[in-house]
Design a protein around this ligand. Structure first.
Ligand code: NDP
Length: 398
């Protein structure tokens, strides 16, 4: 059962619908029923059952789970729905996965503590939850786990680098849910250094990063949730940072929105109505899924690592490069939704086949990375690993 019918869900459903041998029946449940119905009509060869659902309502979800008895719930709604959906899965005894960590609506704090608190209860109930299985988080976690198993004795430095060099022809748009995306980018920048979280003002630290096929782009330090789980599960990592590129045009618009208060999550009173500025902005700007037909260019996402192997220093770069046009050709989507939507479909296969079935609540790096990474190229996400890549680790103090 897929919850949500937005940009990312459309890709996951596209992939699940091609495997009737594994997924003979797919329930698509979301707030706007017409979007669920549209997906059922788009893939007539699959048995897709559309259902309306308010995923904030636990008993409504439990009733739907009891009605259809799915093997797994794939949460592709928004981070605010993570906890109610995890509660519903616990009550109905259904495995769970998502692509973004829970976030309280009133506080853009990306912390796994809320979801990690479910571990014992899931373990006791004999059900599996896999957290953050999109691309970043998701495949990036699997890249680090793969590198820790096969390439390094110890990893010391981690930079996750994410570049969308595509052009959609619109003056300004976000590539996934605007509210979630801008909350993430406009919060204070944070990274891990020697076990501590260091804070810097939002978008105040940048560096040039060279991306395969793309060239050098300016990337900005932002906080991303996988840093928290990766430094916990690989305690030799001394510093972990996340870098994302933004064009000057994107930042010019973003700063204007920020200065005007349009990215605020605090409600304002407008002629007697409570209006949340960022939700209003979302209404005005393009739906990320609508960008797909005209989107062109490369996306590159990867992890850059520095550590020790056999007593010698080593670097490695594991990355995926794909073009927006390829994503459109395969699933009618743009590449950001595609990179986020393909991994949950593979994870669904791994959980239902038993390869990733393990009672408890897990981040991706705690599960074997090979079955996921082996399946990525055939699913549309090729990846490469380059050892001793000439990475810019000049700011490393050793
Ligand atoms: P969209 O806004 O396009 O889609 C979200 C969907 O969830 C919509 O169909 C929406 O319904 C539905 N929804 C929202 N609230 C509820 C609710 N209370 N009950 C039922 N359905 C609800 O977002 P995206 O597809 O862009 O993003 C989906 C998720 O993927 C987000 O959590 C995002 O953070 C994550 N993501 C993860 C990435 C990764 O690599 N790990 C990358 C990109 C995104 P409606 O249609 O009515 O609005």
């Amino acid at each position: 059962m897929v919850v949500g019918a937005g940009a990312v869900a459309q890709v996951t459903v596209c992939k699940l619908a091609r495997r009737p041998d594994l997924f003979p029946e797919i329930v698509v449940a979301s707030r706007t029923f017409s979007k669920c119905k549209a997906l059922a009509e788009k893939y007539p060869q699959a048995r897709i059952i559309p259902e309306p659902l308010d995923a904030d309502n636990v008993s409504e979800t439990v009733a739907l789970l009891k009605k259809h008895k799915p093997a797994l719930l794939i949460n592709l709604a928004l981070p605010y729905q993570d906890l109610p959906l995890m509660d519903a899965c616990l009550e109905a005894g259904v495995d769970y996965l998502d692509t973004a960590s829970y976030e309280p609506p009133e506080l853009p704090l990306y912390e796994y503590k809320y979801q990690w608190a479910y571990h014992e209860r899931y373990e006791k109930a004999g059900i599996t939850a896999v957290l953050g299985i999109g691309f970043d988080p998701g495949v990036t976690n699997a890249f680090v786990a793969y590198a820790a198993r096969h390439l390094f004795d110890e990893i010391h430095y981690l930079d996750i680098v994410d570049c969308n060099a595509g052009d959609h022809g619109r003056p300004f748009a976000t590539n996934f849910n605007l509210e979630v995306n801008l909350r993430e980018i406009t919060q204070v920048g944070r990274y891990y250094q020697d076990g501590k979280l260091v804070e810097v003002p939002a978008l105040s630290v940048s560096r040039d990063v060279r991306f395969p096929e793309i060239g050098v782009r300016k990337a900005y330090l932002i906080f991303h949730e996988e840093l928290e789980s990766l430094v916990k599960h690989f305690p030799t990592i001394r510093r972990a940072r996340f870098w994302m590129t933004f064009s000057d045009n994107y930042l010019m618009h973003l700063r204007a929105f920020m200065n005007a208060g349009l990215t605020s999550i605090q409600p304002v009173d407008y002629e007697g109505c409570k209006v949340v500025p960022i939700k209003f902005l979302q209404k005005l700007l393009p739906d990320p899924a609508s960008l797909a037909p005209n989107y062109k260019g490369w996306v590159s996402i990867g992890v850059q690592l520095y550590g020790i192997k056999d007593g010698k220093p080593r670097t490695a770069y594991l990355y995926t490069n794909i073009r927006h046009e390829w994503a459109y050709q395969d699933c009618g989507s743009q590449a950001i939704a595609y990179t986020a939507g393909v991994p949950p479909a593979i994870a669904a296969e791994l959980i239902t086949s038993g390869e990733w079935k393990k009672p408890g609540v897990w981040n991706v790096e705690q599960l074997p990375p090979e079955p996921l990474l082996e399946r990525l190229p055939a699913a549309g996400l090729p990846w490469k690993v380059v050892v001793d890549y000439p990475l810019d680790f000049t700011d490393i103090p050793e």
